[in-house]
Write a protein that binds this ligand. Sequence first.
Ligand code: PEP
Ligand code: MG
Length: 851
Amino acid sequence: MSASPLILHAPVDGVVVPLGEIPDPVFADGVLGDGIALDPLDECLYAPCDGEVVQCARTRHAVTLKTQAGVELLLHLGLDTVELGGEGIELLVAVGDRVSTGAPLCRFDADRVARRASSLITPLIVTAADGWRLAKPSHAGGARVVRGEPLLELTQEVSTVAVTAPRDATGPTATRRLTLALRAGLHARPAARLRDIARRHDVSMTVEHGGGTAEADSISALLNLGLVEGDALNVTARGERAEAALEAVEALLTTLEADDHTVPSQAVADDGPLGEGELAGLVAGPGLAVGPLVAYCPPLPRVPREGEGEATEWPRLQQALSRAGEALAQAEAQAARQGQHGEAEIFGAHRAWLEDPALTEAALAAIRAGRSAGQAWREALDDEAERLAGSGNALLSGRIADLRDLQQRVMALLAEPGQQDEAAVPEGAIVVADELTPSQLVALAGRRPAGLCLARSGTTAHVAILARARGIPCLVSMGAALDRARSERAVLDGERGRLEMSPSAARLAEVEASLAARRHQVEEERRAAHLPAVTLDARRVEVCANVGSPDEAEMAAQAGADGIGLLRSEFLFLERSAAPGEDDQAHEYQASMRALGGKPVIVRTLDIGADKQLPYLPLPAVANPALGVRGVRLWQRLPQLLETQLRALLRVEPLGSLRIMLPMVSEVSELVAVRRHLDSVAQELGLTVRPQLGVMVEVPSAALCAASLAEEADFLSIGTNDLTQYTLAMDREDPDLAARADVLHPAVLKLVQATVEGAAGRCPVGVCGAAAGDPLASLVLVALGVDELSVEPARVPAVKAAVRRLDAGRLAAELPALLGLTDAAAVRARLTSWQTAQQDTTTTITERLPS
Ligand code: PEP
Ligand code: MG
């Protein structure tokens, strides 16, 4: 199962310098990947392993090799040697050459190089190693090695999940007594956040309550404490940053959790009498549905009961856990990309639970008792589910579906081949089930059910959150009577909390008419989605899409987007052990460009820092990361990253359709510096065409200085998510402030106005923050004069339709009054009544369709 290790041999006689001690943060911080360095005692670098030369620096100081297994290695002669322009260095290979271990790569004049470079220390960095793990170097710093001696070893990763002992930090210990203020108790999501706090602060942490103790590393143990709102608990942290960790835990557990997955107001079942053939439930997802009732009860994947011994079954289980973890990480990243933060958090919590040492230890014990990997996992999770069910705590029992989800997910990866356990659910059915796991709901959603009725589950269960996010009408807690529910044509009324199994013909006609009207509207919008969006008063507004991958770019093109208004390139950098190389990046950017078939594509350069972190690019821990080195500011610190990304971008075709956008710009000098760099790289590559270069307006200084930015920029794009955060001083990640961090606050609108006025006559202005897709905010943005709205691909048709219904001039006349209001709530209220008043006077969408 595991391939033989990959040995990297010393490329030169020299003295070992550990990665962290290289006097250059780009290498020392592991930005480019993990590795080691040598201070050379000879004047020639040799290949550390067999491979192909895939890159040679123009200035001859760096060579990248790629092994047959896809591992990429950078050998970088000295530090700051790019400045030498190749002086004193002779390359002995060219791109495309295949070399064997020990083949000479480059010869250099040590004296000349040492005089002009800051150091001769030569890093050997593993820049790409998907599926491989670098072992701890066997040589300590200062050790002398001889060329050809084994220096580093990479082994193929079986798993990233292992039974981990709770972290054993040393340092001061601190304890706090807290009272839990979370309405829903300590459930999986806050438990996962608690674990993250301990990890981020590098402390060991325990939570005690009523004689029970749980390590923060174990989600199950935390859940098993059964903490409910009002419980007193002691949290103990040990480590250098114990106090800071406890501070964060206190903020997490004692602040009233905002209801970020808003439960519909009709969550409580109507207590009026039940009609003939009716069942009641709690409304977990509003809306109406008509269809046949179809029972859904998929069996557990079949796995062998007996195992082939620990040596076989344990790695098998680890591999399955690792694959399940990767799938969850992907689902989490995709949900985050699509702005589904509730969903992303659910997947994140599942991932944390999957890594729970208590579960993996229980499974290992079952393997040792002779079970197969799949059966061991099944038994470990059955036991855990039983414990949760027996806790007598409704909240804990509510998490059993999540546990079952993890059970099925991993068992499916270990199932015997040839199983067909897909339960048949026709499109348009009202699905009836005892309970659903979140993954089952996601899979079912693909089959487009009309609605969902669950005997169990609550309105805050993860499955309910997912149903709401997908707009599926859903009733939960319907009880055992649901078992006997049968109907060829039922009505699910997600307003009244009723399942009507024998609706009258008149009732069916009424519900169907209402559904048909909605479908008609959606169909009309979809039909017109590829046509331009022009307001009633003849203003053309580009409606583009925000994407994070070529697949999403494809979706955007199909949805009728006029282009890509924001390609968040940081998603390419996630879930890797090192930054993607130039080839990988160029390939991805080109695929997105191709999907759009010549329409403009705005690629934002890497935007990390604060809420967006990369594990292999640790940024210094600072008190206020949102105000720290992030976005475009990173480029001063990590110029190689920018260089690689710009080179990759300059390789796409046609360059005339490409627009490069810089995030988090606060003053024009940042743009000027990047423009200069872009020009010099383009010149070096002999390019005659330059892509447009623009900036995001995400901080008040950029909005207020829009005129100077617009002098230098080819376009501006307002990032309303961050602009709102920085204007209102409200963290966009803070659930307690979510309802108040509203783009319609007059202060934010005034900054949008300042941006549009500053840029007028100089360059166009778009909006790529979430406000562009907000039904009310998008109208105000157009009235304020923005030229482009960039929204989730699926929203393109509806946003175009809304633009066509808008008389921008008429709304613009209301702006002084709107901007004079005191807060966002007042603006929303006034806009809503303005819109209602307009509805009678505007022409219908069909009359407005361009021919
Ligand atoms: C924004 O800040 O509005 C934006 C579009 O960028 P992101 O959400 O990726 O920070
Ligand atoms: Mg932003």
